[in-house]
Design a protein around this ligand. Structure first.
Ligand SMILES: *[C@@H]1O[C@H](CO)[C@@H](O)[C@H](O)[C@H]1NC(C)=O
Ligand SMILES: *[C@@H]1O[C@H](CO)[C@@H](O)[C@H](O)[C@H]1NC(C)=O
Ligand SMILES: *[C@@H]1O[C@H](CO)[C@@H](O)[C@H](O)[C@H]1NC(C)=O
Length: 660
């Protein structure tokens, strides 16, 4: 972290009250119940040793964040499209002047004068070099050296610390104190979690009482990840059906263009960009792209996505099969074909040992997220250099530019993670939405059940085999600041000019209601009419019936019978993994059209879509069975199966061009 030289003295000029040291009531701010495994307290630190004291300040204006996002995303707002810069975001959510002044005053009373105190460029931290004696007086604590019994590594910490009661609301946390963020030199192979990690994770449960498992977040992209697309039969190319009348059994790019009225060769705009995120070991194979392009997009033969490697992300070739190449081949073959000549950026994230999580990706886009609310969760997110022997470079923190549209075809169950973890990540989507970035996530392939078809036992909170129990919504699908994409199919025997229905072949569109996030304002009237006219026949033993929680998905696109080139053969695939990049392609072309007339990217889509559902093709047939039920049913208007429906480019184009 770099600290700007603008010290905080300016803020205090003329406002310094007489020091009132010792007159304030101190309260314990953080306390440890027991030491992490293998660490032992050794000697007392000498009082003249110097510590890099860092104080994480509480942010301001978070309670107004949704209002700010609506201001730039709601079609009725005069500020529609007036996206913020990252500097504006940082300044708006930065700690208030009052917070900085209060903490600076407290430091002054302890003899740490303002010109020794620096504020970080992200504005969230105060930093001062202080002696142990000063820190101990300030925090009413004692500092010790701690030693790791196996590695001999040393670490400076204390067991608890106190701060004045009236300062507490301004301070998130302080380091070095309790936090053992020292990276332990780990064995060079993947190991079981140590006692301390297990202990941390054991105390965590999801919103509906499911025990959180360590490593759920960075397991995405591994071949067993149930959010990956589902493989169908291999097909010799001579038998691939490419005619529009066969789109009910064989989806190729021309089917999607016909279904959603997507123009071919739509002019690219140099400032436009479309990003696809992949998590190693998932990787595309160049030969597969060319095999696909030769048959469906000849102009793209030899073309590759712009490659961005995050946290050691690379195109692994150690293993080649559907479980490793299917997702990336699918996403890139379709995204690149549908937006051509617009280019696609590939964010290849994580090494193939430890992998990476959505948080690791977000860290790479926004350095302030790396430390926001204490930073990532070491039991869920990956740490680099990889302690298990993979990528040895530093963790990426900022430095990557976000594409205007970012599609991710991976997802967690909401019950895999804690509400704190999810709310923290969801707030980051909000901040990036303020900057004009559209985030799309696939809604899941198991209907109302979770990844792999798991549902939740109502008494124990454990996952079951999916024949009964609570519905298991998808995350980030339930975050109100992303656009969640469900899946449809061409009705058997129907043509591309007839209405589609919810996907019911191999996969079922993920959908339902959150147990964590409340209903966003943009969705309120759509969800209200859904309940008024089509109340689902389930009670609170199945899903959150409060009618106050976030419903998903928001939209849908075809996800059944896609023909892809995979490992040098053609094959069918199924999944909302296909729907999300297809929907993102439509938005990317709309952005190009807006930029062409000097307008901004669309950014966060949902408020405009819910306010104008007529620009979508409403889906009114099919359902998303799961957990031993028929699930929800697609009906007129929004529904928790296909959302507002599929895109209609020719209706969306004039509408979005009419907005400021
Ligand atoms: C692209 O964006 C830059 C920076 O906002 C702007 O100066 C430039 O005019 C844009 N280019 C085009 C072709 O619109
Ligand atoms: C799923 O679990 C239920 C309840 O434990 C059991 O009765 C049923 O046989 C299981 N079904 C399958 C397909 O494993
Ligand atoms: C239902 O969702 C809301 C969020 O809107 C949450 O506060 C509430 O706890 C949830 N209820 C249950 C039973 O999970």
């Amino acid at each position: 972290m770099r600290f700007s030289l603008l010290a905080v003295c300016g803020l205090l000029a003329g406002a310094i009250a007489a020091p009132t040291a010792h007159s304030r009531r101190h309260v314990v701010h953080e306390r440890r119940s027991r030491l992490p495994a293998n660490w032992r307290r050794s000697t007392k630190l000498s009082s003249d040793a110097v510590l890099p004291l860092r104080i994480a300040l509480t942010q301001s204006n978070l309670d107004r964040a949704e209002e700010f996002l609506m201001d730039v995303s709601h079609p009725d707002s005069p500020n529609f499209g007036k996206h913020w810069t990252s500097k504006q975001v940082a300044e708006t959510f930065a700690p208030s002047d009052e917070t900085v002044a209060a903490v600076t005053q407290w430091l002054l009373e302890a003899g740490i004068v303002p010109d020794r105190v620096k504020q970080s460029q992200s504005l969230n931290w105060l930093h001062a070099e202080v002696t142990v004696e000063e820190a101990e007086a300030l925090l009413k604590t004692k500092y010790y050296r701690y030693t790791h019994s196996q590695t001999g590594q040393a670490h400076v910490a204390c067991d608890e610390y106190s701060i004045p009661e009236d300062i507490q609301r301004h301070v998130d946390f302080i380091t070095p104190t309790l936090h053992f963020d020292a990276k332990i030199q780990a064995p060079k192979k993947r190991r079981a979690l140590d006692e301390r990690e297990i202990d941390i994770v054991k105390r965590q449960t999801s919103a509906i009482g499911h025990d959180v498992q360590p490593g759920s977040a960075h397991a995405i992209g591994s071949p067993g990840d149930a959010s990956l697309p589902k493989k169908g039969a291999n097909i010799p190319f001579s038998t691939v059906l490419t005619e529009l009348e066969n789109c009910d059994v064989s989806i190729v790019p021309s089917c999607l263009r016909a279904l959603y009225l997507i123009p071919e060769d739509f002019p690219a705009h140099p400032n436009n960009s479309y990003g696809i995120v992949e998590y190693t070991p998932q990787a595309y194979l160049p030969d597969d792209l060319d095999m696909f392009f030769r048959n469906f997009s000849p102009a793209l033969v030899g073309k590759r996505p712009t490659f961005e490697s995050i946290d050691g992300g690379y195109l692994q070739t150690e293993v080649e099969d559907f479980g490793y190449n299917g997702e990336s081949d699918l996403d890139l073959e379709y995204a690149m074909s549908l937006v051509y000549p617009q280019t696609v950026t590939l964010y290849q994230t994580g090494d193939s040992v430890e992998g990476a999580s959505f948080n690791n990706f977000l860290d790479a886009l926004d350095s302030s997220y790396c430390t926001y609310e204490g930073g990532d969760d070491a039991t869920q997110d990956s740490v680099y250099p990889d302690p298990y022997g993979g990528y040895q470079g530093p963790e990426d923190c900022g430095g990557f530019t976000a594409s205007k549209v970012i599609s991710t075809s991976y997802a967690y169950n909401e019950a895999d993670l804690t509400p704190f973890y999810e709310i923290r990540q969801c707030n980051e989507y909000l901040k990036l939405g303020l900057q004009g970035i559209t985030f799309l996530y696939s809604s899941g392939d198991y209907g109302v059940a979770g990844n792999g078809g798991q549902c939740i036992d109502t008494t124990t909170g454990a996952y079951n085999n999916g024949t009964s129990g609570m519905f298991n919504p998808s995350f980030p699908g339930t975050c109100p600041y992303i656009t969640s994409v469900g899946a449809t199919q061409v009705k058997p025997g129907a043509t591309v000019t007839q209405p589609e229905e919810a996907a019911e072949s191999v996969i079922y569109s993920g959908g339902g209601f959150s147990n964590v996030f409340s209903m966003p304002s943009y969705q309120a009237s759509a969800v209200k009419s859904y309940f008024a006219s089509h109340a689902p026949p389930y009670g609170p033993d199945r899903y959150n019936t409060s009618q106050t929680s976030r419903g998903f998905p928001d939209v849908a696109a075809n996800g059944v019978n896609y023909v892809i080139a995979i490992d040098s053969a053609f094959s069918y695939v199924y999944g909302t993994s296909a729907s999300s990049p297809t929907f993102g392609s439509v938005i990317t072309l709309l952005n190009a059209a807006r930029m062409d007339v000097g307008k901004s990217s669309l950014g966060f889509l949902n408020p405009a879509l819910y306010a104008n559902p007529g620009i979508m093709n409403d889906i009114t047939a099919g359902g998303n069975q799961g957990c031993g039920t028929p699930g929800f049913t697609a009906v007129e208007g929004w529904d928790p199966v296909t959302g507002l429906g599929t895109p209609n480019f020719l209706k969306m184009l004039p509408y979005f061009l009419s907005l400021p």
